[in-house]
Ligand binder design. Structure first.
Ligand SMILES: [Zn+2]
Ligand SMILES: [Zn+2]
Length: 398
């Protein structure tokens, strides 16, 4: 198994307003001010915090959504699962998107040209993240599980050791097609005349320079595609939609730059017996009418496969909820477990022998006579059957 640094970000995503520390009705200016203030503190180029990059991504994501009227409206209405699909880091996780997105001017004034240029350079060659979806069972989610995850990613080319060339030192020349700008102009004819649009230079792929004597194996990119299988430890208590990030396990950077991450999103398959609600599990418990009347102890296996006893009290009614404390889902951050809630369904016993039925009828009639005698004759002349149906409820209240 390859070595990797594992970071776990299963905590709930923080609310964007909370991240930026602004009120929910803050206007665009306030949001921008809050963003710049925080960006200055936590930007990875100036902060010593080892989690600076992660924090900055979070801040960036919050700002990207709240500064865009449409995305913000969607977020206010739908939360992270909005129809725009902007949930998650996927859309704009890279510094590349960030610095390339026109915001560099905004930040440039704080970090100075040098830092900014460095960031921009790094962004353009950093390896991309790879997204993987992993299905697990509810039991695996409860116990925690070791799972294999397969994906395709770019790795450093062995032939050139990731340099993109067999030369001892890579040698670059300015791209003749774009003069080192990284972009060129395309002309389009329209009824309005000629329209000029700026596009990424196809010759240098936007890098502005060309590598001399590129490696034949990887076309000078310094990396090739490879199937990878890693084993990951899914922690007990994880929920559907939570993500695990494996730093540096994504695509290798171009010509030896920093690698991207693998982001594994967990999906929990439906379970036959249990339904999850937070840390609690719900199940149906079928008992016979006799068990409902007289009480009973039922034994079953919980989600972890442990034996548990469920106490059915005498006089249990349909849809009663019996709570078994601590027999629910594992909690992600502690040893505690949620509860198991059994919803009772009562199956009427229908296979009595003639003899048993006679005994039950005798009991029924005796009860009717007793209650009539004790409660005097207030509702006489009513058919006996009707009265019988009402009785148990009255008695249950005592
Ligand atoms: Zn190569
Ligand atoms: Zn070019």
């Amino acid at each position: 198994m390859p070595f990797y640094e594992e970071r776990f970000m299963a905590e709930e995503k923080r609310d964007y307003y909370e991240v930026l520390e602004v009120e929910r009705d803050a206007d665009g200016r306030t949001i921008k001010k809050a963003f710049l203030k925080k960006a200055r503190e936590i930007h990875p180029d100036v902060s010593d915090d080892p989690d600076a990059e992660e924090k900055f991504k979070e801040l960036n994501e919050a700002y990207m959504v709240l500064s865009d009227e449409e995305k913000r409206a969607n977020y206010d209405r739908f939360g992270f699962d909005g129809p725009q699909g902007f949930s998650g880091y996927g859309g704009f996780s890279d510094f590349g998107d960030f610095f390339g997105g026109g915001l560099d001017d905004l930040l440039g004034s704080f970090f100075g040209g040098g830092v900014q240029a460095q960031s921009q350079r790094r962004a353009s060659t950093r390896g991309a993240n790879r997204a993987v979806y992993l299905d697990i069972t509810l039991e695996e989610a409860a116990r925690g599980a070791r799972k294999k995850v397969s994906y395709v990613h770019s790795v450093a080319c062995e032939s050139c050791e990731g340099k993109g060339t067999q030369d001892a030192e890579p040698h670059y020349t300015t791209c003749p097609a774009c003069d080192g700008r990284g972009s060129t102009f395309e002309m389009h004819q329209s009824i309005m005349g000629t329209i000029r649009t700026e596009v990424t230079c196809p010759n240098c792929k936007g890098m502005g320079e060309i590598l001399s004597n590129p490696c034949k194996e990887c076309d000078g990119e310094g990396r090739v595609e490879k199937n990878e299988t890693i084993e990951i430890d899914v922690p007990a208590g994880i929920s559907s939609g939570q993500r695990m990030v494996f730093t540096g396990m994504g695509d290798a950077g171009i010509r030896g730059d920093k690698a991207g991450d693998v982001i594994v999103t967990i999906d929990i398959l439906p379970d036959d017996r249990f339904q999850r609600q937070g840390d609690d599990l719900y199940c149906l418990l079928d008992i016979s009418s006799l068990e409902a009347m007289c009480g009973a102890t039922r034994h079953m296996k919980d989600i972890m496969g442990n034996d548990i006893a469920i106490e059915v009290k005498p006089g249990t009614q349909y849809e009663y909820r019996i709570v078994v404390k601590g027999a629910g889902m594992s909690h992600l951050k502690s040893e505690l477990r949620g509860n198991l809630i059994c919803i009772v369904r009562i199956i009427t016993v229908s296979d009595f022998t003639d003899e048993e039925l006679e005994q039950l009828k005798a009991m029924r009639d005796a009860r009717i006579e007793t209650s009539e005698a004790s409660e005097d004759a207030e509702v006489e002349a009513e058919p006996k059957k009707k009265k019988k149906a009402k009785r148990p409820r009255k008695r249950a209240r005592k």
